[in-house]
Design a protein around this ligand. Structure first.
Ligand code: NAD
Length: 496
């Protein structure tokens, strides 16, 4: 079989894993299509990458931030010219349809342009000193070497949300992509190199979570970890990072609710629900996985929603006519199957889908039918646990207050949506829904890079990406300049 072999980037050099092992990256729409072989790295490779990043930090932190930003600006422009190729690479390795992978690359472009502007801001504060002839200010400092660990569902956008703010702030990076999608991160890193990023400032180390990811988390010279992935792994990452007192930014799972009130524009709510539930084959942290329906519109909405879900075209995302691509791997299909079985055992009703697709064009991929489950109550596991597949459940309610209670009754808190024309209820929901993101009359998916992105409860640990990322990738330093030419004492009574 003919396929390319890719390497890690360490200290500006493309290198195989020290042990020489590789992992194959397969097209989830057709497993006979091998995208490439990527390094299976271990602690030794990570140690080299961290040493290279540490060396590069000595000079990168001194490059003026507006100059650092220029590299990101050039990277954004290069990404624009490479968008179609990178989108096709991404669909091949990850499965989602071309319109969405083009959107994923576009998000990296948007992030590059947004963060490049931050190079001329990175504002600190000045404040009056309590003493005469003394000047007081606070300035942002880079953290040092940062470790970045990313999932497979937004394989270029999410790495860009971490790399670009880390870099403009003066940090150097070691990044580990998910084993299912290393090519898109490789393409992003290659673009940064072509844009003029000096050697060692970004180091790419491919490999498994347990061997490569954990080695980054535990390395004493890594000063902070930014992780996006499941809540289960996020908890493990935070526990291990605590041993060396690393700050950790965690962006994790979701179980996102779209609420539809009786007065909603039903067409709009249906469009939003379909896109939110089955976009990216349901494999978005912000995917709609619970649709809460007020009883007055529930029957009508359900009939129409199921009819539309049945009509979705499933197939290889490289075909422009396809609306729903494969799931990323066999494990994800098994999870979808498992949760359908759990839901049915607990009393839910299968309204459409529910099975993997194995015949004809689907025979060599990991496809699962768009699935709608009815008669679900908020205590069932299907209403509480993340599936991360094209599986959505419908829950009916009587009053607006009940809807808010059901939406909030889970452990996650990433995204919520409310469809209504009642402005009072819209504002009440904006206040009362327990989630990091709330949409009014728009689906649960569709974040923009310059707003805070993240969640509450088991979805996150308080940090934000988007316009919150610079806060994570910098630390504050307080600076006092005394120009009185005499000893002036603070923190003492009667200072004079
Ligand atoms: P995952 O947790 O399995 O893996 C995420 C990353 O962590 C991968 O790079 C993986 O190799 C690495 N990893 C795994 N075990 C590790 C360990 N022991 N130590 C260090 N690293 C380890 O998640 P996934 O399957 O890649 O992605 C799906 C999950 O990500 C879903 O739960 C989804 O909701 C979540 N997600 C969240 C957001 C968000 O911003 N909130 C965005 C996208 C995806």
């Amino acid at each position: 079989m003919n396929y390319p072999t890719f390497q890690n980037l360490i200290g500006g050099q493309w290198l195989p894993a020290a042990e020489g092992k590789t992992t194959l990256n397969l097209n989830p729409a057709d497993h006979s299509d091998v995208v490439g072989a990527f390094p299976s790295s271990h602690g030794g490779d990570v140690a080299l990458a961290v040493a290279a990043a540490k060396k590069a930090f000595a000079t990168w932190r001194l490059v003026p931030a507006p100059k650092r930003a220029e590299v990101l600006l050039r990277a954004g422009i290069l990404l624009q010219s490479r968008k179609e190729q990178y989108a096709r690479d991404m669909t091949r390795e990850m499965g989602k349809v071309l319109a969405e992978t083009r959107g994923d690359v576009q998000e990296a472009i948007d992030e590059a342009f947004y963060v490049a502007g931050e190079g001329r801001r990175l504002f600190g504060q000045t404040t009056p000193s309590e003493l005469q002839n003394k000047f007081a200010m606070s300035v942002r400092m880079p953290v040092g070497v940062v470790g970045l660990i990313t999932p497979w569902n937004f394989p270029m956008a999410i790495p860009s949300w971490k790399l670009f703010p880390a870099l403009v702030s003066g940090n150097t990076c070691v990044i580990k992509p998910a084993t299912d999608t290393p090519l898109s991160t490789y393409n992003l890193v290659q673009t940064l190199v072509d844009a003029g990023l000096p050697p060692g400032v970004v180091n790419l180390v491919c490999g498994s979570g347990a061997a490569t990811g954990m080695a980054i988390v535990e390395h004493p010279d890594v000063r902070a970890i930014s992780f996006t992935g499941s809540s289960q792994v996020g908890s493990l990452v935070a526990q291990h990072a605590a041993a060396t007192f690393k700050p950790v930014s965690l962006e994790m799972g979701g179980k996102n609710a779209q609420i539809v009130l009786d007065d909603a524009n039903l067409e709009l709510a249906l469009d939003g629900a379909l896109w939110g539930s089955f976009g990216t084959t349901g494999q978005r942290c912000t995917a709609t996985s619970r649709i809460l329906l007020q009883k007055g519109i529930a029957d009508k909405f359900t009939a129409e929603f199921v009819a539309r879900a049945k009509k979705l075209t499933i197939g290889n995302g490289l075909d422009e006519a396809v609306e729903v691509g494969p799931q990323v791997n066999e494990g994800q299909v098994e999870t979808s199957e498992k949760y359908v079985a759990i839901a049915l055992a607990e009393g839910a009703k299968l309204l459409c889908g529910g099975h993997r697709l194995t015949e004809g064009a689907y025979a060599h991929g990991t496809f699962f039918e768009p699935t709608v489950l009815g008669a679900v109550t908020s205590s069932m596991r299907i209403a509480r646990e993340e599936v991360f597949g094209p599986v959505v459940c419908l829950i009916e309610f009587d009053t607006f207050e009940q809807a808010i209670e059901i939406a909030n009754s889970i452990d996650y808190g990433l995204s919520t949506a409310l469809y209504t024309k009642d402005v009072n209820r819209a504002f009440t929901a904006m206040r009362d829904l327990e989630s990091g993101i709330t949409y009014i009359n728009a689906p649960t998916i569709g974040a923009e890079v310059h707003l805070p992105f993240g969640g509450v409860k088991r979805t996150g640990n308080g940090h934000r990406e988007g316009n919150g990322a610079i806060d994570f990738f910098t630390t504050w330093k307080a600076v006092y300049v005394d120009y009185s030419d005499k000893l002036q004492r603070a923190q003492i009574d009667n200072a004079e």
